[in-house]
Design a protein around this ligand. Structure first.
Ligand SMILES: Cc1cc2nc3c(=O)[nH]c(=O)nc-3n(C[C@H](O)[C@H](O)[C@H](O)COP(=O)(O)O)c2cc1C
Length: 156
């Protein structure tokens, strides 16, 4: 859930994600996730974590017009845990990540998720200073507020 400024919320999101880090190898479950029977403890841990959320904001960089392989791998591990839940895509990269969002849209639809109307594209480079990144992120504050509203409307 995004609230307050994008900068504060993304920083908070990163802290939360690190606190709940699950180290997943390349997908190695013997059965397809749709069946929902997981052999490995790490998959069950991932399933429990994701299953408890009502919706998601996926924050990811664009790599060569696509999404990072590690994100796709994490999504591929599960099925019912994603289904029917709202998702917003927040991308960043030299040009904001338009193409990565287009590519990921197909994946989230395939997982049975509902994409929100508000999705952010943030133009950022690793060479940007912290001050510049902070300024850039704040230009998205209004969109972040809309994103929050969109989530609240979906989740009631
Ligand atoms: C392999 C690679 C490919 C990239 N391709 C794109 C691209 O197609 N479009 C874009 O806008 N930025 C691209 N970038 C820039 C990244 O989105 C940007 O550097 C981002 O900050 C990387 O996030 P990370 O540090 O978490 O990996 C690319 C970066 C890498 C490393």
């Amino acid at each position: 859930m995004v609230e307050g400024s994008v900068a504060e919320e993304l920083a908070g999101g990163i802290r939360r994600a690190r606190a709940r880090y699950v180290d997943l190898p390349m997908m190695d479950e013997p059965a397809i996730p749709f069946i929902g029977v997981y052999e490995h403890a790490k998959t069950r841990e991932w399933s429990k974590l994701i299953g408890q959320y009502d919706g998601f904001v996926l924050v990811f960089p664009q790599y060569n017009w696509g999404y990072p392989a590690v994100l796709k791998n994490a999504l591929d591990y599960l099925a019912k845990e994603w289904q029917g839940k709202p998702v917003s895509l927040v991308t960043f990269g030299g040009h904001g990540g338009t193409q990565a969002q287009v590519a990921m849209r197909l994946v989230v639809v395939g997982l049975g998720m509902t994409q929100l109307a508000v999705n952010l594209q943030i133009s950022l480079m690793p060479s940007d200073s912290v001050a510049k990144a902070d300024r850039l992120l704040h230009t998205h504050d209004q969109e972040a507020a809309l994103l929050r509203q969109d989530f609240e409307n979906r989740l009631g």
